[in-house]
Design a protein around this ligand. Structure first.
Ligand code: BJW
Ligand code: ZN
Length: 237
C-alpha cells in the first residue's frame, strides 16, 4: 500500500481531523516562504524584521517589508491546496499564514494564529482598522485617532498569540485523531508544538506534507508540493 493510500484510510476512519498550514502552502500562489531559497527580502531574514525590537528601531523599514508583501498577496490567488482544504469543511484549519488565502478559497472559521496582514493596529491607543490599500500612501502609517504609529496586526517573535484563537487551536489539536502538518518548517513555536500535543493527548496520527521532512515528528510523510498532494489526499472525503 502506498503512503497516500495508508493516510487516506486514516482520514476515512478519523472523527476529528486538524490541519496546520505554513508558508509552503502559499508558495504555489507566488508568495515567498520565510526560510530556504527565496526566503530573504533585501538582505533581511524574517527573524530580523518580525520583531517588536525591529519595529521600534526602524518602523519604516519594517513597514516597507509588509507593504511589499501586502502587494504580493493582493495580486495572489488561492491554489489547488487551499481549494482542497476549503472543500473539506469537516477539517479544522489552523494557519500560521497571515495572507488570508484560505478564507479567499472559501474556508470558514480559519484559526489564524499569527494574525493577519490587513489589520492595522495603533501602538499608542490600540485602535484597529482593516485596510487593504496597496501600496499604503504613507510609510509608516499613522493612527487617525491619536497620531501614533500603526503596526501590522500580526504576531511577532516574543509576542503572545491571540488568546481565543490559540486556545481553540490547542483544543482542536488535543482532540484530533489525525493531525496534518502542511508546508511548515515546524521551527516556530508554539505553533510547531501542536503536532506533538495532538500525539500526546489522543495519540493522533501526524501526517506531514512538505518538499522535505521537518521536525514535526510525522508518522507518515507525503513528499511533494501541497498543490499536488492535497487534492489527491483529500478528494472524495
Ligand atoms: C512547501 C512548498 C510547497 C515550500 N508545498 N511545502 C519554544 C522553543 C523554542 C523557541 C520558542 C519556544 N516558544 C517560543 C519561542 C520563541 C519564538 C520561536 O519559536 N522561535 C524559534 C524560531 C526558535 N516564538 C515566539 O516568539 C512566538 N511567541 C510566543 O511564543 O509567545 C510566548 C512568549 C512571549 C514572550 C517571550 C517568549 C515567549 C511568536 C512567534 C511569531 C512568529 N511570527 C512570524 C511572523 C508573522 C507575521 C508575518 O507573516 O510577518 O510567523 S515569523 C514566521 O515564521 C511567520 C510564520 O508563520 C512562521 C513559521 O514559518 P513557516 O510557515 O513554517 O514558513 P517557513 O518558511 O519556515 O517554511 C516553509 C516550509 O514550506 C518549508 O518546510 C518548505 O520545505 C515548505 N514548502 N514550498 C509544500 N509547494
Ligand atoms: Zn492611536
Amino acid at each position: 500500500m502506498s503512503t497516500l493510500e495508508l493516510v487516506r484510510g486514516w482520514l476515512r476512519d478519523a472523527h476529528r481531523i486538524v490541519a496546520l498550514t505554513g508558508a509552503g502552502i502559499s508558495a504555489e500562489s507566488g508568495i515567498p516562504t520565510f526560510r530556504g531559497a527565496g526566503g530573504l527580502w533585501r538582505e533581511f531574514r524574517a527573524e530580523d524584521l518580525a520583531t517588536p525590537h525591529a519595529f521600534a528601531r526602524d518602523p519604516k523599514l519594517v513597514w516597507e517589508w509588509y507593504d511589499w508583501r501586502r502587494g504580493l498577496v493582493a495580486a495572489a490567488r488561492p491554489n489547488a491546496a487551499h481549494a482542497a482544504l476549503a472543500a473539506r469543511p469537516d477539517i479544522t484549519l489552523v494557519t500560521q499564514n497571515v495572507d488570508g488565502l484560505h478564507t479567499l478559497a472559501g474556508s470558514r472559521g480559519v484559526l489564524e494564529v499569527h494574525g493577519d496582514l490587513w489589520t492595522l493596529r495603533c501602538v499608542g491607543c490600540g485602535a484597529e482598522r482593516s485596510d487593504r490599500t496597496v501600496p499604503l500612501p504613507e510609510l509608516p502609517p499613522r493612527c487617525s485617532v491619536c497620531g501614533d504609529l500603526l503596526r501590522p496586526g500580526v504576531v511577532w517573535f516574543g509576542e503572545s498569540l491571540p488568546e481565543r484563537t490559540w486556545s481553540l487551536a490547542s483544543a482542536a489539536a488535543e482532540a484530533a485523531d489525525v493531525f496534518l502538518v502542511i508546508g511548515t518548517s515546524s521551527l516556530v513555536h508554539p505553533a510547531a508544538g501542536l503536532a506533538a500535543r495532538a500525539k500526546a493527548a489522543a495519540n493522533a496520527k501526524v501526517v506531514e506534507v512538505n518538499l522535505e521532512r521537518s521536525g514535526a515528528g510525522a508518522d507518515a510523510f507525503l513528499e511533494g508540493r501541497a498543490g499536488e498532494v492535497l487534492p489527491a489526499l483529500l478528494a472524495g472525503g
